[in-house]
Write a protein that binds this ligand. Structure first.
Ligand code: ADP
Ligand code: ASP
Ligand code: MG
Length: 452
């Protein structure tokens, strides 16, 4: 059996939802459909999730929520009516959103999650109704009832291990097609809690793992995972096959076509993932699997992401000072900060983290403690760093990759602030100035893909 997930643009209007129904009907193995909230119909449009966030903010600010409520309901009603579904059925959806708005607004994050989740929840009801109107047996399933239990913070839920057995119990051997809203589950207390943005990919991966699916088909608005973000390099092409490790590195580094955390349940259960285009269901898509054949020196993808900073420090004989690294990293732990990379030399070390996680007040505190507790000789923070990642299983086995990459960057006039090669077998990372990010990705694309 297959678990399918459809992203927001695949559900943006009635016409798109009809394509979803066609895809579901085309293969009897397609048993579980995970849906996002309706997304953008055109580039200037607003996603339903963003409309809901706006609605929640109006309520939290104590303002009149009627215009924002009406905007969401009108958007959903239009889809319902264009699908020519039973006129009275929509009242339930409108009433559901009213009830969510009547919930206590404190704590704000709990309220926000309950409102945000309405997009997926309503969309799943709409898709189930659309499938039934075509004579298919289909049911909406509520994540709380099915046992999708999440821990973590509101807005950043993490699946709890017991969910897998519960989901398997409630979803396997169903005779009808299950339509399951993505993006949210329930806390152990039964409160609605969402994953981070884009989290419907994670719901799909969890269900595929729980049901030991033969495949997880992830439908979006592009032909698969492209070797470079197609918005940066329009002539980039989809990658036919990737390993889990390659996908993990690329999604981590900014390929937001698939949620960074969604590959984890697939890896654990060895579920093949197939990224496909709702608008071109016959295109081959990208297949993601545990292993694949690769050529030595082959690069599969190049990713770039802005918004990092480095905290650089040096101290003579750092290499001999037992416990230096532990004490340094524990300062970050005590501030509740996670770091991305820690390149180091004999007498120096840098910590790289996302700038958004490192506001100036935290910076001041951390720097003071580093100076005082670690007695470093030099200490500097540099913001505005972009991380460029070159990924491929074949990289480990190949000499000359770094020379090729640095040559291409130098030729394009991009200054390399930092280079990290070797800690990962399948990737190489460069730090460049934010402003050089696109130029660097383009130069590396020309170097590694011009002949393909
Ligand atoms: P969905 O709503 O279907 O989950 P997303 O917007 O989350 O869709 O992801 C698809 C988008 O990801 C594409 O439209 C594209 O703009 C963007 N994207 C970024 N990097 C890549 C890449 N390397 N390959 C394909 N798409 C990419
Ligand atoms: N609708 C949610 C979002 O916009 C989740 C998703 O689309 O995967 O972030
Ligand atoms: Mg997405």
């Amino acid at each position: 059996m297959k678990v399918l997930k459809f992203g927001g643009s695949s559900l943006a209007n009635a016409e798109q939802i009809k394509k979803v129904c066609d895809i579901a009907a085309a293969d009897p193995d397609r048993r579980v459909l995970v849906v996002s909230a309706p997304g953008k119909r055109h580039p200037e449009d607003t996603k339903v999730t963003d409309m809901l966030i706006n609605l929640a903010q109006e309520a939290l600010g104590g303002r009149d929520t009627e215009p924002a409520y009406a905007a969401v309901i009108d958007r959903l009603r239009e889809i319902w009516e264009d699908l020519q579904l039973d006129a009275t059925g929509f009242d339930e959806i409108a009433e559901d959103l009213r009830q969510r708005l009547a919930m206590p607004t404190d704590p704000a994050n709990r309220f926000l999650d309950a409102i945000k989740a309405a997009g997926e929840d309503c969309c799943a009801r709409i898709v189930a109704a659309a499938l039934r109107s075509r004579g298919m047996a289909a049911t909406y399933v509520c994540p709380r009832d099915a046992g999708l239990i999440l821990g973590g913070e509101f807005g950043d839920g993490q699946v709890l291990p017991e969910s897998y057995a519960r989901l398997a119990d409630s979803l396997k051997n169903r005779s009808e097609v299950v339509v399951f809203p993505g993006f949210f589950g329930a806390t152990p207390d039964g409160e609605t809690i969402t994953f981070s943005r884009g989290g419907s990919d994670v719901t799909g991966a969890i269900l595929a793992a729980a049901l030991a699916a033969d495949e997880y088909e992830n439908y979006t608005d592009v032909d698969g995972v492209y070797c470079v973000d197609p918005r940066l390099v329009p002539e980039a092409r989809p990658i036919p096959e990737l390993t889990y490790r390659e996908l993990r590195e690329l999604t981590y580094s900014g390929f937001n076509v698939f949620h960074e955390e969604a590959v984890i349940p697939a890896i654990r259960e060895g579920i093949p993932v197939h990224i496909r285009n709702t608008n071109r269901p016959n295109a081959p898509g990208t297949r993601i699997m545990p292993r694949r054949r690769f050529k030595h020196g082959e690069v599969v993808g190049i990713a770039g992401q802005r918004g990092f900073c480095t905290i650089y420090m040096s101290k003579l004989l750092m290499n001999r000072e037992i416990g230096f690294g532990r004490r340094l990293l524990s300062l970050f732990e005590e501030e509740g900060l996670s770091y991305e990379h820690v390149p180091s030399g004999i007498d120096d070390i840098s910590i790289i983290l996302a700038s958004d996680d490192f506001p100036t007040d935290v910076e001041r505190r951390i720097l003071e403690r580093i100076r005082l507790e670690l007695q470093v000789d030099a200490l500097e923070v540099e913001r505005g760093l972009a991380l460029i990642m070159i990924v491929g299983e074949g990289m480990h086995y190949s000499v000359g990759m770094a020379a090729k990459a640095t040559g291409a960057l130098a030729h394009a006039g991009v200054n390399i602030e930092m280079l990290n090669q070797g800690s990962s077998e399948i990737s190489m990372m460069f730090g460049v100035k934010d402003g050089d990010c696109q130029k660097a990705v383009r130069a590396l694309f020309d170097e590694f893909f011009s002949d393909r």
